[in-house]
Design a protein around this ligand. Structure first.
Ligand code: BGC
Length: 742
């Protein structure tokens, strides 16, 4: 075959692939239309009603006679909180007794693992390792899909800049760019190439939109922000999820600029389904349609139903607004039949794409469930992802621990905790499979090392009676390891905290140990950045472990004993005090910046605290050291449409192999809309052997330089741009300048 023929053949194959996909799409459209034509008004409404079910099968199920009858009558389109092959089969069988035998969609909050629990999403984000994050979602999907689940309510892609808000745990942190990249990885991991594979589930981009900006960090509170802020900071991760093909969106509980998101035509109709051309469906958040009444936006449930469906909310989760009032609203002309049909069409399309009309039980296969759940390979990967998520905040040389320690005192309320390591949103795990820190540490200690475990107090730490024993254990040991932090239920939904310090007297426990004069190594477990000033000042080393999942104890021990060189970087800024919140590295410029910290008179500053955080976004230490040098740009000036390559040399100058997350930041010094001091525009996670040097490059184009200008136009304005390469947002190592020409 000549080269030309090969090329032609390849091109023909590529072209043939596209029409095949289009034909499949058209075939589904035809089937949806045909089905829709046979449906009664009530049956259509049924497809938009989502019910929660627990204990709806087996003994006690008769309590749910009404719900079960509704499913049989074709009045329910989807269930959440039904899982497992046996239960999903039993409930699906009811739906198949309905006139049109339309299968149910089974959904669940598979947020960071199904049976195998991975680190909480914020922890995974700290890995900055997109492949690892995608793999975690892939395994969660595989396990859930083997257990009858079609659809997960993840990823949460809300940007979070207020650590008082407990749900920062479920997201990717404060940064829009990092959040968008992680959103893409998670959607790919959950969904794979196309819907219908038996080891994947549909993903949900949630909560649309602005939920992360709840005023004062209080969950469910109003959000109020400029359009600029919305489009620049909060929306891009949603757009990234959409571009990655996310099957569904969930709207949010909050009002945004005075309108509840669930009733927002601007968000759902104009933007999402309009300008963004989103083809999937929008599910409400739990009862958020009904809550339009509590918001004071709808007079009653009937009006709430009309507002929500007209605004583009397709499915009503546990709100009972659609099932009770939508048919009447259509009959009365308050909702156009075409609006209803569009919503139903979007839901049915997903059911066809998943292959449920061919075989409604295809995800509910007992043999597959048995083979997939409990696969030890999943735990091995969970351990790998967990160790990548750990962030070494501080190290004065105590870590890694010496292999041949004679004795170690393991102290603290979380020293042997299991449930707390998993964090919130656990759907199918077995606590007995969790490796505690005590277990993990014990497994890596030399047989001769003496390990003493003393809790000191419980997590709430109101009682200090155990402190004396803890101090005695510390005095008696060669090394002291203290495990502090939150219990699993202190972060997550409805877990806002006004004080994000270490709970109770935990800081005093640290002080008591530090007073012995021994170096105290601290591990902190939490679902959010905490404030721990005395520990930050006086600890010998601090490892931030988030809620690291079922393999947490092994992962933490891997880092403590040097089997793994820590590589995590903070995805959220750690403030010095609650007073600095909301806080982000991405500060806007002011007319009165602090130029000299010793002179803050009439400057944008606090008189009782510095502006700087305790630990900056992007911060995280390693057991090795990295040197940055020789920044070069392929050209120093570009035109719109050009591409420029920025490159530099990264060298591992220490004695251990290690991974570094190199970060590219940008500043636009003069613009028609005042720009932040710095914005993340790229990152790479690279592993280098000791002594290894590598040339690293980033491509810069118009999009790197652009922002939302007046009327939200996407503009790149001619002028100079500052480029910064750093190991953290507050540790810039190299700087360059690029000019955008007219
Ligand atoms: C949460 C959602 C979740 C839903 C279903 C709501 O309270 O806000 O994130 O997916 O419940 O469990």
């Amino acid at each position: 075959m000549t080269r030309m023929t090969t090329l032609l053949l390849a091109a023909a194959m590529l072209l043939a692939g596209a029409p095949a996909a289009q034909a499949a799409e058209r075939a589904i459209e035809d089937k949806v239309d045909a089905l829709l034509a046979r449906m009664t008004l009530e049956e259509k409404v049924g497809q938009l009603h989502q019910l929660s079910g627990r204990q709806m099968t087996g003994p006690g199920s008769e309590k749910f006679a009404d719900k079960l009858a509704d499913i049989r009558a074709g009045k329910v389109g989807s269930m959440l909180n039904v899982k497992g092959v046996a239960d999903t089969r039993e409930i699906q069988a009811l739906a198949l007794q309905s006139r049109l035998k339309i299968p149910l969609l089974f959904s669940l909050d598979v947020i960071h693992g199904y049976q195998t629990v991975f680190p909480v999403p914020l922890g995974e984000a700290a890995s900055w390792d997109l492949a690892a994050i995608e793999q975690s979602a892939r395994i969660a999907a595989k396990e859930a899909a083997a257990s009858g689940i079609h659809w997960t309510f993840a990823p949460m892609v809300d940007v979070g800049r207020d650590p008082r808000w407990g749900r920062v745990m479920e997201g990717a942190g404060e940064d829009t760019y990092l959040g968008a990249r992680i959103a893409t990885a998670r959607v790919r991991g959950f969904q794979g190439e196309r819907l219908g594979a038996l080891d994947r589930v549909m993903a949900t981009a949630k909560h649309f939109a602005g939920y992360g900006a709840a005023i004062a960090g209080r969950d469910y509170n109003a959000a109020d922000m400029s359009e600029q802020q919305l489009h620049e900071v909060y929306l891009p991760p949603f757009k990234a999820a959409l571009d990655a093909g996310v099957a569904t969106f969930m709207n949010s509980f909050n009002t945004l600029n005075g309108v509840p998101a669930t009733a927002s035509s601007y968000l759902q109709r104009d933007l999402l389904k309009g300008r963004w051309q989103y083809p999937g469906f929008v599910v409400s958040d739990w009862a958020s349609v009904k809550e339009l009444v509590e918001h004071g936006y709808a007079a009653d449930l009937a009006q709430a139903a009309v507002q929500a469906i007209n605004a583009g909310s397709d499915m009503d989760m546990e709100g009972y607004a659609y099932t009770r009032h939508l048919a009447d609203a259509v009959n009365a002309g308050r909702v156009k039949p075409a609006v209803l049909d569009d919503a139903v069409r979007r839901v049915l399309t997903k059911k066809f794409e998943l292959g449920l009309f061919d075989d409604p039980y295809r995800f509910s296969d007992a043999a597959r469930e048995k083979a997939v759940l409990g696969d030890p390979e999943h735990s091995r990967i969970a351990r790998e992802v967990a160790r990548k998520s750990l962030v070494l905040l501080k190290n004065e040389g105590s870590l890694p621990f010496r292999k041949g320690l004679t004795s170690l005192a393991l102290i603290g309320p979380l020293a042997d905790a299991k449930r707390d390591l998993e964090g919130g949103w656990i759907v199918q795990s077995d606590e007995r499979r969790v490796v505690s820190l005590a277990d993990g540490v014990r497994a890596q200690l030399a047989p001769a090392t003496r390990l003493t475990v003393a809790r000191g107090c419980d997590v709430a730490c109101t009682d200090t009676q155990g402190f004396a024993a803890a101090v005695a254990a510390a005095q008696d040991a060669e090394a002291v390891l203290l495990v502090l932090g939150e219990s699993w239920d202190m972060s997550g939904e409805a877990k806002s905290r006004a004080d994000i310090g270490l709970p109770g007297r935990q800081a005093a426990l640290f002080d008591a140990l530090a007073a012995t004069g021994k170096p105290v190594v601290v591990v902190i477990l939490a679902g959010r950045p905490l404030v721990f000033e005395n520990v930050a000042d006086k600890a010998a080393a601090i490892l931030y472990a988030w809620f690291p999942g079922a393999q947490g104890g092994n992962a933490v021990a891997d880092v403590l004993f040097g089997a793994y060189n820590p590589s995590g970087k903070l995805p959220m800024t750690f403030p010095r005090s609650v007073g600095q919140i909301p806080i982000s590295y991405q500060q806007y410029r002011t007319g009165r910046p602090v130029l000299d910290p010793a002179n803050i008179v009439y400057r944008s500053a606090y008189i009782d605290a510095p502006n700087t955080p305790r630990y900056a976004f992007g911060h995280g230490l390693s057991y090795t050291s990295f040197a940055y040098s020789d920044l070069a740009l392929s050209k120093s000036a570009m035109r719109q449409g050009d591409k420029v390559t920025l490159s530099f040399t990264l060298a591992n100058t220490g004695a251990r192999a290690g991974e570094e997350v190199v970060q590219l930041y940008l500043r636009d010094p003069v613009a028609s809309v005042v720009r932040p001091l710095m914005e993340l525009k790229g990152f790479q996670k690279l592993g280098l052997a000791p002594g290894e040097r590598r040339r690293v490059s980033f491509e810069i184009d118009r999009d790197t330089l652009a922002f939302h200008g007046s009327r939200l136009a996407w503009v790149a304005e001619p002028g100079d741009f500052e480029l910064m390469i750093g190991t953290a947002s507050d540790a810039i190592r190299l700087r360059g300048k690029l000019t955008l020409l007219d």
